[in-house]
Each structure stands twice: as structure tokens, then as C-alpha cells.
Design a protein. Structure first.
Lengths: 429, 219
């Protein structure tokens, strides 16, 4: 047994807990989880059945934590997990799983399958069986600060840009601000309108906010790779930044996994509860709307539909807020079939977009989104996750569907009633 | 060993051994599984009504939206044979009598003709789900020896019991002895096969419900 495999198996033994033991003992091989998984429904290949993706983990459980399994191992009747097998499983654990959690939502015996995939990835990563693409992205985040290699000057350039475009100050490292805003690399590079929207919205809401020079990157590939040690390093930057600046709330941007990483895994990764609150930007916007802090005017008249990011809705519990917001600015908002809690993944979550060799499969799985969209034929597609957004754009282009994709935050910003004057424009007037 | 000696053995020592293995097996397996524990979730919880472990224990008994249509045989066949088995085991007068003798507990049963019909329907449903397991690529792909074996040890007690009541094939005492033996086999293997889901399903649903309820998501 190679040293890395030995380490991997040790990690697998560590992650196995009572829920996992209960889940493996409850599985009756009914295969209903396959019907919930877009990688199965769009390919028809049984190997993509979610519970099957966990077979090596199941065997480690059986061989290490059950009396019969230990006896079988003792007399040499059990099949040990090998490097070759884990290598083969890479495609099943990473390329064909976006951690969307639909399987966990349908299993009749109640198995939380995605919970197990997340834990299985810990062992895969340690034993060197994680895809290069995710692994490299995470290492770039640890060493350089972001998966795309973006450093502080790029953020500062983006800040200047936003200041020029909005006429508003974009604060950095302001101690005692109420909100600390973090961004995904995708937003820093590809979707600069996000930062501009935040500046406008915060100004109108009359809230103090700040960016943080030591914790600006929101994405955390560590949880997608399944490496809690690296994920903890990455999340600590935000935690330290937020505590240094004594902010009340950190706003997770339009990025699903960043939200999961900070909101649900963060405290567990660093081993203590946070001293600040974590909210997704959509939660904050809906709160502002409810409190009357921001008002919108005018309505989009074209047909809009909303793609629920899995980590925001099914895995994050934010389902109604985006609908309240959309209805406040759109006259013709229609829901796709299965929208909300049971929405289908775009196919790019869980690190899948970072795996180059997974692209053909991802585009195949996108047929599910395509048929959802064909059912409502929207003029535009709204979402609240930068990874969903770029995955959707790629998928739509691949299938020659002409549906522009927009972020919900910028859509709301477009309709803001600007009651407060722009401070920098006053002297000019 | 003649037929009567066989019947005497399965009703006496055989049954005692089987029940002992079953009870100790269940207790051991439950301990083995749930003593592993789990880490406390340190993230700030979100509270939503309808989201809890207990909610999910009940809610998961119904097919989630869209699933019935995707796999009707699994759901309908599954409901029929599970409810059928419960009726046969717990509401057939001779079975209640046995439980009364063992534990002192007693409750009214259903007319034997009704239970007889239930047995036929249950067996039919079990055959349908077996055929489905053979025909459906996913189910066939997932199936191991244990799946076929678990099906057989669940089916045999129903079949032999029904045949004993109907006086089919073999003399009543022999068929009854075979029926009891089949039940004993079921009791012995239940804690150590996937049939143990009869116990762990509650824990699994509860954990899933609890973990997601922490995020404010009713699953």
C-alpha cells in the first residue's frame, strides 16, 4: 500500500461517523437516487448512480467499523480499496458530482448522500486522487490568494473602475463597518457590475460597508476538493479580516459554494463559532427591501426565469428571497419546472468547472437545464451565482440557445430608486 | 428426525436461538452504528418551521415531487409489499397469539381471509419489484448477491405461511415447520444484511432531517 493511499484510508476512517454508518446500513439499492441525478438522467449510465459513487467508502466502513466486516478482513475475504480503484472513482466522485444534493432530497430511507460524497472527497484528496484542475485551483488560492491567481492590485483596479462608474466611494479596510463584502474571482474578473451594484445598493440603504485587503476572495475550492485543512486556511483569511475590521456581517457574493464554505462549513473548519454573521447577498437585499431601506422602480417587461443555485437554495435554505426580489422588478417572472428546492443543477458546481476533462460530460448533463428552459422559453435567465452564470452561458452557447444570463444583484441595482444624492457628484453640480 | 420432531424443534429451540440472535444482533448493530457519534455543528443555525429530524422521518415516507412519475414501480410496489408484510406479521391472529405467548401483549387481528388475500397481493408485489430489479439497468447494476438473498429470505416466510394455511403441496405440519424455519432464517440474517434498514431508516432520516434543518431546509 502506497503511503498516500494509507493516509487516504486513514482520513476515510476519520470521516466516517454515525450518520454515514446509518446511511450505508439503510441503503436497499433501490436506485432512486439515480433518478434525481442529472449525470444519470442525461446519460442513462448506471455508473452515475449517486450511492454507487461511494462504494470504496462503503467498503472502508464495512471493513473497519462492522464486526462481520472485520472478521471478513481478518480471514482475507474482503476486497481492499486500492489506488487503482480510487483512480477509477475520480470521475464518479468529482467529474460527475456537483454536490447539488438532489439525491439526498429523494432517498426514501433518508440517506444524505451528498454529505457522504463531501466526506469521501477528503480521502480522495489526501490520497492524491482528486482531479488536477481542482487541486491546482485550490493550491493557487492558498499560495496566491485566489483560484484565478488574482491579487490585491486587481481588486484595487476594480474598485477604481467601480468608483468612476458610480461616482461612489468603494471603501477598503474600514474598521467598524457594518458589512464586509467579499467577492468571487469570477466577479472580480468577469462580472465587475457586481461591485458597482453593491456600491449603489449600500449607498441607497445608508449602510456602512467595506472590502478587506486580506480577505477579499470568497471562493473556497478547499471544500470542493474535499480538503478541510486547505479549506480552513482559505476561510481563515475572511474570518481574520472580519474580526480585525470588527464588522457585524460578512456578505457572501453571488457564488453558491462560497456561501456553503463560509456560512455552513466555516465555523466547523476553524473549530469555533464566528463572532460575526454571514449572509448571502440575496438575503441582505431582501432584508433591505422588507425594511424599506431600498426601493425599486419600474419593471422588466420581458419574460424572466430564475435558476436556483443549489448551494443557495436546496443546500443553503435561501429559496423565497430571490422570488420576492424578482417579483419586485419583473412583471413577467415565470418558474421553470422543479424550480426552488428541487431545482436541477447547472452541472458546473462542486468544482466540476475546474476539471477540464469533465467538460463533455458537463455539457451532456446540461441537457437537463436545456429542457427546463425549453419548458418556459424565457427571454432572459436570472441567477445568483457566478459559477452557475458562466456554466449556463457556456451551456447555452453550446446548444445555440440565445438566452442572456444576468445576476440578480445587478438587476435589482438597475431598478434602484436613487433617493440619496451621490456624494461625489455634488461639488460638480 | 421425523416431521413432528422437526416441527417441535423449530417451534422450541430453533425459535429461541433465532430470537436470541435477532435481539442480540439488533442491539449490537445499533450500538456499532450509533456509538460512532458525530461532531457538533458550530455554524449558526437557521430556523425554519417544518425542518427537523422528526419531520423528515415522516416526510420521507412520501415520494418527493416528481419522483413517483420517474419510478412508479419502486414506490407503488414498495408501499404494497411493506404494508402487506406489516399486516401479515402483526395482524394475522395466529401471529398475534405467538407474540402474546412470548410477551403477554395482545391486540385484535384481521379476518384470516383478508390476511390470506393480503399475502397473495404482497407476494405479487414482491415478484413485481424483483422483476423490476432485473429489468431496470440501475437496479440490476447496483444489485449484489445480498439483494437477491434478502429478497428470497423475505419472500419465503410469506410463501410458506400462505401455503401452510392453504394446505398446499406438503402436509400442514411439514409446511408449518418450513414456514417457521424460514422466519427463523429471516430473523437471523436481518441484523446483518440490508434488511437492517427496518431499524436504521429512522436514524438515517432523522440525521438527514437534522443536518438540513440546521440550514433551515425542510427535507
Amino acid at each position: 500500500m502506497s503511503a498516500s493511499l494509507e493516509k487516504g484510508i486513514r482520513v476515510l476512517k476519520e470521516v466516517i461517523d454515525a450518520p454515514i454508518a446509518s446511511y450505508f446500513n439503510s441503503c436497499v439499492h433501490c436506485g432512486l437516487c439515480a433518478e434525481a441525478c442529472l449525470f444519470y438522467t442525461e446519460t442513462g449510465d448506471p455508473k452515475y448512480t449517486p450511492i454507487h459513487k461511494l462504494e470504496p467508502l462503503r467498503r472502508v466502513y464495512e471493513q473497519e467499523y462492522t464486526l462481520l466486516g472485520r472478521l471478513k478482513k481478518l480471514v482475507g475475504l474482503s476486497k481492499p480499496v486500492t489506488d487503482g480503484e480510487l483512480d477509477q472513482w475520480q470521475e464518479l466522485v468529482y467529474n460527475s458530482c456537483t454536490l447539488c444534493g438532489r439525491c439526498s432530497a429523494v432517498c426514501p430511507v433518508g440517506n444524505d448522500i451528498v454529505y457522504m460524497v463531501r466526506k469521501f472527497r477528503e480521502g480522495m484528496s489526501v490520497s492524491g486522487h482528486a482531479p488536477e484542475g481542482i487541486d491546482e485551483a485550490v493550491r493557487r488560492t492558498v499560495t496566491l490568494g485566489s483560484p484565478m491567481g488574482i491579487k490585491l492590485p486587481a481588486v484595487q483596479a476594480q474598485m477604481k473602475h467601480a468608483e468612476t462608474n458610480t461616482g461612489l466611494a468603494v471603501p477598503m479596510d474600514v474598521e467598524g463597518a457594518e458589512y464586509m463584502v467579499i467577492m468571487s474571482s469570477m466577479e472580480i474578473i468577469n462580472f465587475p457590475e457586481y461591485l458597482e451594484s453593491i456600491a449603489k445598493i449600500m449607498h441607497q440603504a445608508g449602510k456602512t460597508w467595506t472590502l478587506c485587503s486580506t480577505g477579499f476572495e470568497a471562493t473556497n475550492g478547499g471544500i470542493q476538493l474535499g480538503n478541510s485543512d486547505l479549506a480552513a486556511v482559505i476561510v481563515s483569511r475572511i474570518v481574520e479580516g472580519a474580526e480585525r475590521l470588527k464588522v457585524k456581517t460578512v456578505i457572501s457574493p453571488e457564488c453558491g459554494h462560497a456561501y456553503t464554505a463560509l456560512r455552513w462549513e466555516g465555523a466547523n473548519l476553524i473549530g469555533r463559532p464566528f463572532t460575526f454573521k454571514v449572509q448571502h447577498i440575496i438575503e441582505v437585499l431582501d432584508e433591505f427591501r422588507q425594511q424599506g431601506l431600498i426601493k425599486t422602480e419600474g419593471f422588466e417587461s420581458d419574460k424572466l426565469t430564475f435558476h436556483d443555485p443549489c448551494q443557495l437554495a436546496r443546500r443553503g435554505g435561501v429559496i423565497q428571497q430571490q422570488r420576492n426580489l424578482l417579483n419586485s422588478v419583473a412583471k413577467n417572472f415565470v418558474e421553470m419546472p422543479d424550480a426552488g428546492f428541487m431545482n436541477w443543477c447547472c452541472g458546473g458546481g462542486g468544482g466540476v468547472t475546474a476539471i477540464e476533462e469533465a467538460e463533455p460530460l458537463r455539457l451532456e448533463a446540461f441537457k437537463r437545464k436545456k429542457s427546463q428552459l425549453e419548458a418556459v422559453k424565457p427571454d432572459r435567465l436570472v441567477t445568483a451565482c457566478a459559477v452557475c452564470r458562466s456554466t449556463l452561458e457556456e451551456g447555452l452557447e453550446h446548444y445555440s440557445m440565445d438566452i442572456p444570463v444576468v445576476g440578480l444583484t445587478e438587476l435589482i441595482a438597475d431598478h434602484l430608486v436613487e433617493t440619496r444624492p451621490l456624494p461625489q457628484k455634488e461639488p460638480q453640480a | 428426525m421425523n416431521e413432528l420432531q422437526f416441527l417441535t424443534w423449530v417451534r422450541g429451540p430453533g425459535l429461541n436461538i433465532a430470537i436470541a440472535i435477532f435481539l442480540l444482533g439488533v442491539l449490537w448493530r445499533l450500538f456499532e452504528i450509533y456509538s460512532l457519534g458525530r461532531k457538533k455543528d458550530l455554524s449558526a443555525p437557521r430556523h425554519t418551521s417544518g425542518a427537523s429530524g422528526l419531520h423528515t422521518v415522516f416526510r420521507r415516507s412520501l415520494p418527493p415531487p416528481g419522483m413517483l412519475k420517474r419510478s412508479p414501480v419502486s414506490y407503488i410496489g414498495g408501499y404494497i409489499f411493506h404494508v402487506g408484510l406489516a399486516i401479515i406479521v402483526f395482524l394475522f391472529a395466529p401471529h398475534i397469539l405467538l407474540i402474546t405467548n412470548l410477551t403477554g401483549l395482545s391486540w385484535p387481528g384481521l379476518p384470516s381471509q383478508f390476511v390470506d388475500m393480503t399475502a397473495v397481493v404482497t407476494m405479487a408485489a414482491m415478484v413485481v419489484v424483483l422483476v423490476d430489479r432485473i429489468n431496470k439497468p440501475v437496479k440490476r447494476f447496483l444489485s449484489t448477491f445480498e439483494d437477491w438473498f434478502a429478497w428470497a429470505v423475505t419472500f419465503l416466510p410469506v410463501l410458506t405461511g400462505w401455503m401452510a394455511v392453504k394446505h398446499l403441496l406438503l402436509p400442514y405440519p411439514t409446511m408449518l415447520a418450513l414456514h417457521i424455519l424460514a422466519v427463523e432464517l429471516l430473523l437471523v440474517v436481518l441484523p446483518f444484511t440490508k434488511l437492517f434498514h427496518a431499524f436504521t431508516l429512522f436514524g438515517s432520516r432523522w440525521y438527514n432531517g437534522r443536518v438540513n434543518a440546521h440550514k433551515g431546509v425542510p427535507v
